[in-house]
Design a binder for this molecule. Structure first.
Ligand SMILES: C[S@@+](CC[C@H](N)C(=O)[O-])C[C@H]1O[C@@H](n2cnc3c(N)ncnc32)[C@H](O)[C@@H]1O
Length: 257
């Protein structure tokens, strides 16, 4: 498969388009299949009509309360971006169905590159947010031909916990970012060092109760130290936003399995 792209502009080769999603990496169905089964069981696969308005849910949305919280993160980030110049190159890594970039693209003029390894939701995102400003890309960022020093902003929204090695992830993203590029980690759970073990146990129990114990092998618990250590290593443009619901243990237990 020819996955060559023009490095100075991230011009994606139309020959690798499948259902309007750019495929830069060999498809691996193993993770996607477990992940989508879990999403379905959790009632997190949305109709196109629901998706187009997220993070502003309909009254029927089973996760309405959660989306109300996520809408706050979204609004905050949107206001932050609004203060910046136009036409930034933004990588939305682990974009899922693309709601975050999709919604931002309705009112902000940037180029969004939505990357994931979940083809079904990438296709849905493409279908729902069908704008020239957004590209949906199936890619393993570690092995794909993604241009270096290209992105102004990298967003990892509710996805940091799915990458095996957080430090490796951040190191790699810095190679993809411009010198003053920013990494924004949004709505991803980070625990106190002392809480990690309990959180792991809760995760195992949770996925077992759903009937997909193997999903626990794809979910990694980050500690706040991970962020502190990276910042101490000089990663100053790393922005880490605590989810509002992480502020009290009671709420944390509800969100962070
Ligand atoms: C909980 S969803 C978050 C989706 C969306 N960003 C949001 O904020 O709702 C996590 C996403 O990370 C994706 N993901 C997991 N591992 C990944 C990887 N190695 N590369 C890219 N995406 C990945 C999953 O496929 C999934 O779509």
């Amino acid at each position: 498969m020819d996955t060559k792209i023009k490095m100075d502009d991230f011009e994606l080769n139309p020959e690798v388009l499948r259902d309007d999603v750019y495929i830069l990496t060999e498809i691996n169905n193993e993770f996607e299949s477990i992940y989508l089964n879990v999403r379905a069981k959790e009632k997190r696969i949305y109709t196109d009509n629901e998706l187009i308005n997220l993070p502003f849910p309909s009254n029927n949305n089973p996760h309405k309360k959660e989306w109300n919280i996520r809408a706050k993160s979204y609004n905050r980030f949107k206001e932050y971006l609004r203060q910046k110049k136009d036409n930034l190159s933004i990588l939305d890594l682990g974009c899922g169905n693309g709601w975050f970039s999709g919604q931002l693209s309705k009112s902000l003029n940037h180029n969004f590159y939505c990357v994931d390894v979940n083809l079904a939701e990438l296709k849905q995102g493409r279908r729902v947010f069908n704008s020239e400003q957004i590209k949906f890309i199936y890619a393993d960022i570690f092995t794909s031909d993604i241009p270096k020093a290209f992105f102004d902003v990298v967003i990892i929204n509710a996805a940091a916990q799915y990458f095996t090695d957080f430090k490796k992830l951040i190191n790699h993203i810095f190679t993809l970012s411009k010198t003053n590029g920013e990494i924004h980690i949004i709505d991803s759970p980070f625990y106190l060092e002392t809480e990690v073990n309990d959180a792991k146990k809760r995760t195992e129990k949770y996925y077992q109760s759903l009937g997909f114990p193997e999903m626990a092998n794809n979910y990694f618990h980050r500690s706040i130290w991970d962020i502190k250590l990276l910042k101490q290593s000089g990663y100053n443009n790393l922005r880490f936003y605590k989810r509002p619901e992480q502020r009290t243990p009671e709420r944390r237990n509800r969100w962070c399995k």
